[in-house]
Design a protein around this ligand. Structure first.
Ligand SMILES: NC(=O)c1ccc[n+]([C@@H]2O[C@H](COP(=O)([O-])OP(=O)(O)OC[C@H]3O[C@@H](n4cnc5c(N)ncnc54)[C@H](OP(=O)(O)O)[C@@H]3O)[C@@H](O)[C@H]2O)c1
Length: 301
């Protein structure tokens, strides 16, 4: 990534991937979206249309294919955890060259999974705080007034992380490079897991969860913080609760939205990973375990 213009592949141009693909294209980078044949054809013909309060309403042209066929500077991975393995078939390690693989998935286990299949020093996990929805193929609604990215990757050369972060920052999102990959991933997990598990379990927005299920929320935040601490991540359950209290009462988690739309849940990548991490470090997480058990049950209707 020596010069400023990058070639970036985006595997899964949905809520997150579509937004980043369009922003990077608008900023002058070459963007190749990797998707199924129909979506790829739509994107090639129409580009990606974005509606965003902070970044404006715009349409950006992108290239699109069903598979990566040439080396790129970076391949952003923006599929859901439930689609990861199938989607990775579109990115043969031989085609990637020495490009970075940059997963934006929620959860903490996917970097090790990727490093089992691609060179470890090319896997640079990113954490994104945003609310962005793919309302139709190539049509993205960015609903949050912010988009914040942390780029990390312990074995990745620092200058490569900085170059990627600079490109993302210049394209719009507030972007930092963080030094401790595990801590960075757990920072998101400690905030996300309690919100996702409780809003989905009770099918209630955050406002109702934090009033009607406050005791359970508090206990779950403490459990998650204990696991995070054992991995060197942040541990501030009271701070997290105070932050939840500032959110609009109608806030829903994306897991809850997936449940409402009968889409597969990222339950294993979030709740399952939390339980496995707790077990590895001998930490009791009875509230999380109970919620995951309930959510694993087949839902009526
Ligand atoms: N959206 C957010 O605001 C947000 C915020 C923070 C973190 N995240 C995390 O970011 C990740 C992506 O979430 P998202 O909301 O962006 O998901 P999404 O909107 O569902 O987008 C995923 C995209 O992947 C595509 N896809 C699925 N299987 C594929 C395959 N085999 N090959 C190629 N493409 C495939 C889907 O295609 P189709 O369009 O054809 O279904 C879809 O466009 C998740 O881990 C999520 O938890 C999301």
């Amino acid at each position: 990534m020596a010069n400023n213009e990058l070639t970036v592949a985006v595997l899964g141009p949905g809520g997150v991937g579509g937004l980043l693909a369009a922003l990077l294209s608008r900023a002058g980078h070459r963007v190749i979206c990797l998707a199924g044949a129909e979506t790829a054809a739509t994107l090639r013909g129409n580009g990606i249309r974005v509606r965003s309060a902070p970044f404006g309403d715009f349409t950006a042209p992108v290239e699109a294919d069903t598979e990566l066929r040439e080396p790129v500077d970076a391949c952003l991975i923006t599929v859901k955890a439930t689609a990861l393995d199938a989607a990775l078939a579109r990115v043969p390690a031989t085609a990637l060259g020495d490009g970075l693989l940059v997963p934006f998935l929620n959860g903490v286990e996917h970097p090790a999974h990727l490093r089992a299949h691609y060179p470890p020093a090319q896997v640079a996990p990113a954490i994104i705080r945003v609310e962005s929805t793919r309302v139709a193929p190539g049509v993205i609604e960015h609903g949050s007034p912010f988009a914040e990215i942390d780029v990390t990757g312990d074995p990745v050369p620092h200058e490569r992380l900085e170059a990627l972060a600079a490109a993302l920052r210049a394209a719009g999102p507030t972007t930092r490079v963080l030094p401790d990959e595990t801590a960075a991933l757990w920072a998101k997990m400690t905030f996300l897991a309690p919100l996702a598990l409780l809003t989905t379990r009770y099918d209630l927005p955050l406002g109702d969860v934090r009033t009607r299920h406050r005791e359970e929320l508090t206990a779950l935040l403490e459990e998650t913080a204990a696991v995070s601490r054992s991995y060197g991540g942040p541990s501030d359950p009271a701070g997290a609760l105070a932050r939840y209290d500032t959110f609009p009462p109608g806030t829903k988690s994306s897991m809850q939205r997936d449940a409402e739309s009968h889409r597969p849940l990222e339950l294993d990548a979030i709740g399952g990973a939390l339980l496995r991490a707790a077990e590895r470090h001998g930490i009791a997480v009875p509230v999380a375990a109970g919620l995951v058990r309930e959510l694993e049950k087949p839902q009526a209707n």
